[in-house]
Design a protein around this ligand. Sequence first.
Ligand code: FAD
Ligand code: NAD
Length: 479
Amino acid sequence: MPEEELPQEFDVIVVGAGPVGENAADRAHKAGLTVAIIEKHLVGGECSFYACSPSKALLRPIHATRASQRVQGSEGAHVDPQGVLARRDSWINRVGTSDTLDDSGQVGWLDHVGITLLRGAARLVGERTVEVGGRTLRARQAVVLATGTMAAVPPIPGLREANAWTNREATTSRRIPDRLAVLGGGVVACELAQVFAAIGSKVTIVERADGLLGRHEAFAGKAVAEALERDGVDVLLGTKAESVSRLGPTGEVTVELSGGKTLKADELLVAVGRTPATKGLGVEEVGGRLDRSGYVSVTDQMEVEGVSGDKPWLYAVGDVNGRALLTHMGKYQARAVGDLIGARVAGREPDAGKTTPWAVALGSPQVVFTDPEVAAAGLTEEEARAAGIRIRVVDLPMDSAAGAGLQAEGYQGQARIVVDEDNGVLVGATFVGQDTADLVHAATVAIVGKVPLTTLWHAVPSYPTMSEIWLRLLEEYGL
Ligand SMILES: Cc1cc2nc3c(=O)[nH]c(=O)nc-3n(C[C@H](O)[C@H](O)[C@H](O)COP(=O)(O)OP(=O)(O)OC[C@H]3O[C@@H](n4cnc5c(N)ncnc54)[C@H](O)[C@@H]3O)c2cc1C
Ligand SMILES: NC(=O)c1ccc[n+]([C@@H]2O[C@H](COP(=O)([O-])OP(=O)(O)OC[C@H]3O[C@@H](n4cnc5c(N)ncnc54)[C@H](O)[C@@H]3O)[C@@H](O)[C@H]2O)c1
């Protein structure tokens, strides 16, 4: 149906059709409500086209090759750079060799489930009222903001003019620069540095802190730094970019570094964190609050703080509220909000246990898909101490589990659990090594379920799997 013929009123309006907006819309629709979703760019959002999907599509062939090379009898695999880029292109639905990305698959899903899509940049213009492309839409019940984030570009002299790559250009590039400089040493930087190093770029990471992956246990950042160095990446820690200049729009980039060094590159990737997509969204105009970084301030039920109205009507989920910049955690918030809105509309008392995404506060599970992978859930040692929890930390090399040795010759990696000594439960776990990603869910179950270690002891891991690291950690703890 042409957009001008669409209704002006829906029960729920969702702004932003990234993975989080899609989930909120789906859940509200399943509760029997009419739902419109508004998207200014691609349905599927940053995650599908410029973040999770392309980066993991790029990394997987590199992981698979290395896994094969580490097993006696299958050492012959090699990375084919053009094949790696082609695989990524299929994941982001690139149209031929153009720069156009096609979201018709995601649009087809919205049509199929009966959610109305409107294209354009939306903004709040009043209570339950949203404007998009000159049309004013009313939400009978609720508006959900799921507008996500964009790459942060720090105010370094010359950086804005230097035409630097953000995650968008890096994840969609068909060109492999000879020399790639990466500003930042967080997850985006480490994952993408490894990709470009593996497909032929000479990569240099410039990180101002004294380690990579600063949100994780220090041993994880150290292991990833060592691995990147083995891949030929120069990792400059404790280093700042003082200024940037570029010869013409696509010429050589020069980065002046603290300490008087100069770095030359063919492209510069800025990966120093995110900035919320709240500019011009109208949150404050309807009384809502933004925090100092511009993220939408929400209650534990994702209601936007400060909003006027006789009952709650404005919610913010996913990256835009800044609570956990991860797709799975945003989708978890979205499911909770969809259910909350459904219950409120039906006049039911919402089940607080189900409609409050309380597990975010326990420390989100996350996998950094570098080689070695970093799979972590809950709190780091430092976070647990800062929270005042009396803890004991247990560390073991990953090859304490027989399964690790079978996974790869000379398997390298480390595992840590952080135990709350007063309650006898796990509050954090980190596994670093090849193929550790799927170990994290057991940790999440133990942490979220507050499973006593004495009960966890009876969850026997199969022999000979990498999960036997759990048994070894509990034995080391003293069980
Ligand atoms: C390189 C990279 C790799 C990542 N890898 C992972 C990973 O492996 N696993 C993981 O869990 N997380 C990963 N993340 C984080 C993940 O991408 C985000 O947490 C996730 O995209 C958040 O989803 P969202 O729906 O909240 O926002 P987004 O995906 O940013 O979607 C928001 C949508 O809202 C639209 N929008 C914005 N403003 C408006 C407006 N005013 N009107 C209409 N539409 C609007 C945008 O166009 C966009 O489509 C990665 C991030 C990056 C940068
Ligand atoms: N696999 C995954 O789950 C995955 C992958 C990518 C991104 N993400 C999410 O996306 C978010 C953003 O990732 P990110 O890597 O952009 O941010 P980040 O916050 O994880 O890391 C940013 C890094 O940049 C450094 N930095 C900041 N300013 C700097 C400067 N001027 N010069 C040099 N270094 C500077 C910081 O010290 C930090 O180490 C993360 O919170 C993460 O949760 C997740």
